[in-house]
Design a protein around this ligand. Structure first.
Ligand code: C2E
Ligand code: MG
Ligand code: MG
Length: 683
């Protein structure tokens, strides 16, 4: 995925429901607080009105007391008179200037330890009643002091028989006595008037109704917000399940895998653990779809996904990458690298074996590439740094590269990635990137390796071998790039180039009057699959005009296992044009004598391998060489032995009647100028 796309998905992934939940909680708390404040204010409003009424009554009492004292009564007399003749059963308490009680009526008294302050437009002071007060210690300052249950049971008490609804509503459900303080006589004396703050059933009902009303109003936005939060959460969940859905397997997709694998790998505590990123590949999947149908192909992938989800454990993950490629992140048990690898290999092997059994009647097989991630420590040996830079896609690419490198005949192949592999692949990339430019720049040079006649000891031929003289890398031998060229098909262009160069060289030698030496040129097997190759080579050579007989075309023996009909046809045509054709590397790899029977070749090039090995091997090789030379002679073929490095080999070949020898014993491949000098020296 592009980095922009990655960022966008990353944002989406990070967008969580928490902000909405926080807003909801905050709003709900704010509503409860508002509700409490409103309720408090409402209650205070009802209470305040009552307290103000009490205070006004108490003021009147203090006024009368002052008037009586002005009339000559002592404070005690005035209070007694007041109580006996005016107040009836309302209790008062009078304190003198020393704050000593000079008069007290009733069976309770003020509790001066509990002071109360009422702010009802003005500040009023009161004290608790010693008997009828909710809490002797706390007073009204603590909400817990209010016996809510008791009040509620009284409020909900059913109507008694004979009681009217108005009476029931007026019934008192809670009463609170307190003493209101009113200074009098120029603030010399203090009068405390016992008041009773009563709440009737209707007061409580009003408070409840008001409370419910406010609550209902405040709850509407809270409920709406709640619904919205839930909807957002559901939508997000649905969206993420869609974004992370693999539509083919119905499981999680690659994007999810990348995110999740990155999270697992970058967790600090996972640094101590080894992981393996596996590229699991179902071989010949397209062929499977073609034979059994697209639907069956998809079902197979779905079955694979179902199987893997049952086998992949906690803190592991998997997803389909594309086609029939799956990526797996597995934990590896063990103490050291070797154990990690062994355990991982065992586990992957058993996974592959089980996967193979998914379709009992159909042959399916898998290959796996693995990049092992050992426990992570930074350069200073500290493990607590996160694998922050972990690029899951990149690691997967390594696992994939490992799988592509795997070869062998095993049906289930498992290959571990190593950095040499990366080096090889980087090299291949470099070659592919530079080969065309190098051909245009003339970086490919013809080197010639002489062929000698063992009988005369004279230089009688040469093989043209390419060398890539790169401006940046220096001299590169064919084994480093020919296999890559063969894979990409570029080798045909190189072969054309070499044939042209050799033809040009022959033409120049002819013009310069030099000794004409036949030169063989390698033609890749890819070339031989092309139709009209003989005409094509003919055109290339004729562009410079040398004699066709001076040019020999070498075809590796392995090419003879390809389409034999085309090959035989091409060889016949080349021969008809006058070119010589040789079978290169006879004896290297698998040989088939049949090829010699079917194809009318001119030259047999015996591979150097015949002469290698231990003493016994070399002796047996000599027997084969002797017989091969005899066979070639009987078939009217000329024999060239290549890779000859020792005098004994030369002597042996000379005895056997080998026509030519090419090898380091005589000379290594050399630039054209050196070769020309050698020819002159040899003459
Ligand atoms: P080949 O055609 O069998 O060439 C012979 C190889 O054996 C050459 O390697 C040569 O340097 C090497 N050789 C010769 N004598 C000795 C010896 O005594 N000892 C040892 N150890 N090696 C010896 P080179 O040049 O590295 O080429 C390797 C292969 O690359 C060639 O094998 C040929 O298959 C391919 N090749 C080279 N040039 C071309 C080309 O222009 N076109 C194509 N298609 N393939 C080429
Ligand atoms: Mg050759
Ligand atoms: Mg060869």
């Amino acid at each position: 995925m592009s980095s922009v796309g990655e960022k966008r998905f990353g944002k989406l992934y990070k967008k969580r429901i928490w902000p909405s939940v926080c807003v909801l909680v905050f709003f709900a708390v704010a509503c409860v607080a508002t509700f409490a404040v409103f309720l408090y204010l409402f209650v205070m409003c009802i209470m305040g009105t009552k307290i103000v009424g009490h205070y006004e009554d108490a003021q009147q009492v203090s006024g009368i007391l002052s008037a009586l004292m002005d009339g000559g009564d002592t404070v005690e007399e005035a209070a007694a008179e007041m109580h006996d003749y005016i107040l009836g059963d309302q209790d008062i308490c009078v304190l003198d200037r020393d704050r000593k009680i000079v008069f007290l009526s009733g069976d309770s008294e003020p509790n001066f330890d509990i002071k109360l302050k009422f702010n009802v437009g003005r500040e009023l002071t009161a004290v608790a009643d010693s008997k009828n007060f909710l809490s002797a210690n706390e007073g009204l300052r603590s909400i817990q002091a209010i016996p809510v249950r008791e009040i509620m049971s009284r409020v909900l008490h059913p109507m008694e028989q004979g009681e009217t609804r108005a009476q029931w509503m007026d019934a008192m459900v809670v009463r609170q006595d307190y003493w209101l303080k009113v200074p009098f006589g120029d603030n010399t004396y203090v009068l405390y008037v016992k008041c009773s703050l009563q709440a009737q059933r209707q007061d409580i009902v009003y408070v409840y109704l008001f409370g419910f009303g406010v609550m209902a109003l405040l709850m509407i936005p809270v409920v709406l917000l709640f619904i919205n939060t839930i909807r957002t959460a559901l939508t997000q969940r649905k969206m993420s399940s869609l974004i992370y859905l693999d539509t083919v397997t119905g499981g999680r997709n690659w994007l999810y895998f990348q995110n999740y694998a990155h999270r697992i790998l970058s967790r600090i505590r996972n640094n101590k653990k080894a992981f393996a990123l596996v590229n699991l590949h179902l071989e010949r999947y397209q062929n499977y779809r073609a034979c059994y149908g697209v639907k069956a192909g998809d079902e197979l992938l779905e079955a694979m996904s179902g199987f893997l989800s049952a086998r992949v454990g906690k803190h592991e993950s998997f997803a389909r990458y594309e086609g029939a490629d799956f990526g797996l992140l597995l934990r590896c048990e063990g103490e050291n690298e070797q154990e990690y690898q062994e355990n991982c290999r065992r586990r992957v092997r058993s996974l592959l074996a089980e996967l193979t059994g998914l379709r009992p009647n159909q042959k399916i097989h898998f290959h796996a590439g693995i990049d092992l991630l050992p426990p992570y420590v930074d350069e200073e040996g500290k493990w607590y740094h996160r694998r922050q830079e972990t690029d899951v896609e990149q690691i997967y690419t390594y696992a994939n590269a490992a799988r592509l490198e795997s070869d062998g005949v095993e049906e289930q192949r498992i290959t571990f990635f190593d950095h040499d592999m990366l080096g090889r692949q980087k090299w291949e990339r470099w070659v592919e990137d530079n080969m065309e430019r190098a051909l245009q720049n003339g970086e490919f040079q013809v080197y010639l390796q002489p062929k000698y006649s063992p009988a005369s000891g004279k230089l009688v031929g040469a093989e043209a071998l390419v060398r890539w003289v790169s401006l940046s890398t220096g001299l590169i031998t064919p084994s480093h790039f020919i296999p890559i060229f063969e894979r990409t098909g570029f080798v045909t262009q190189l072969d054309d180039y070499m044939i042209s160069r050799v033809a040009k060289l022959q033409a120049e030698w002819m013009i310069q009057g030099r000794k004409m030496i036949p030169i063989s040129v390698n033609v890749s097997r890819a070339h031989f699959a092309q139709e009209g190759l003989a005409e094509h080579i003919c055109e290339l050579v004729d562009a410079y005009g040398p004699n066709h007989e001076l040019i020999e075309l070498e075809v590796t023996e392995s090419a003879f296992f390809d389409d034999k009909e085309i090959l035989v046809e091409t060889v016949k045509q080349l021969k008809a044009y006058g070119f010589r054709v040789s079978m290169d590397d006879f004896g290297a790899g698998y040989s088939s004598l049949n090829s010699l029977k079917d194809i009318p070749l001119d030259v047999l090039k015996l591979d150097g391998e015949f002469f290698q090995g231990d003493e016994d091997g070399a002796r047996r090789g000599e027997i084969v060489v002797r017989e091969a030379i005899r066979l070639a002679r009987d078939l009217d073929m000329c024999v060239v032995a290549e890779g000859i490095e020792k005098k004994e080999q030369v002597d042996f070949l000379a005895r056997q009647g080998c026509d030519m020898i090419q090898g380091f014993y005589y000379a290594r491949p050399m630039p054209v100028e050196d070769f020309e000098k050698k020819v002159e020296e040899d003459a």
